[in-house]
Write a protein that binds this ligand. Sequence first.
Ligand code: C5P
Length: 287
Amino acid sequence: MTIETCAKVNLTLEVLRRREDGFHELATVFQAIDLTDRLTFRRADSLSLEVRGVPVPSDSRNLVHRAATLLARTYGIEPAVHIRIDKRIPVGAGLGGGSGNAAGALAGLARFWDLPTSDDELAGLAATLGSDCAFFIRGGAAVGRGRGELLEPLPTLTGYSLLLLGPRESVSTPAVYRALQGFRPDAGAATELLAAGLRSGAVPPPSAWLVNDLAEPAARVSARVAEDAEILAREAPGCAMLSGSGGAWFLVTEPERAEALRLELATIWPTRPMWLVRPVAWGQRVL
Ligand code: C5P
């Protein structure tokens, strides 16, 4: 059995405050996109993982390994499966690739092992693996609150293409949160504005809501992110934003403009991976 798992961008990402438990209270709009990885499950005597495409660990440091173990333990069964991960989503990019893989492993293995479970239950398990992991159980678009695990589904963004720029270096999420220097008093407003627009079907232009409170701290942590920020503010004002804690960027553009924009940016970064992607209404699916 093979499944496909999405990446995401944060169309808004607002940090409200630091919490007692060390995490940060967020208001964010997640949007799943059709840049995907594949997970293939095969019956085996014990749990093993094989990762192709990018060098990531295949032991219990891998979120998919932890997801399989967690699901099997929850249902009192042996995690007897071989999982092959074919990766295209860059890691350490703020695109949620590893979280999507883990959510896909939970939902996919629940089917593979024929377990009596529900999306709510799977999302609860996913939330223990990572703050943005629960989002990928249903995917599409959603407001994320709390650590990002309290989700309210939204209609998917339509009428725009997204041009993704791969990270020039991977960025450590905890380091970015540590580099935050304060909180905006109106944090949360952009998320409300976009969420209301998506619900009503009248989305204001991206310049009205495109915000990421992690962009500045990420630029303090990574010189590459700082350089990208400067170039994109000049080349694509009002439509480019860092995804999550970086270092991938995305540009929100009318579909007709997307290819010209890609060609223009390719003159600045000739070897940088770029993907023209679409918002999608799912998070993972069986192929
Ligand atoms: O939950 P996840 O493993 O994705 O979080 C990685 C790190 O990012 C956390 O250990 C924490 O330092 C930071 N984080 C945070 N507030 C959030 C999400 C993540 O401070 N809402």
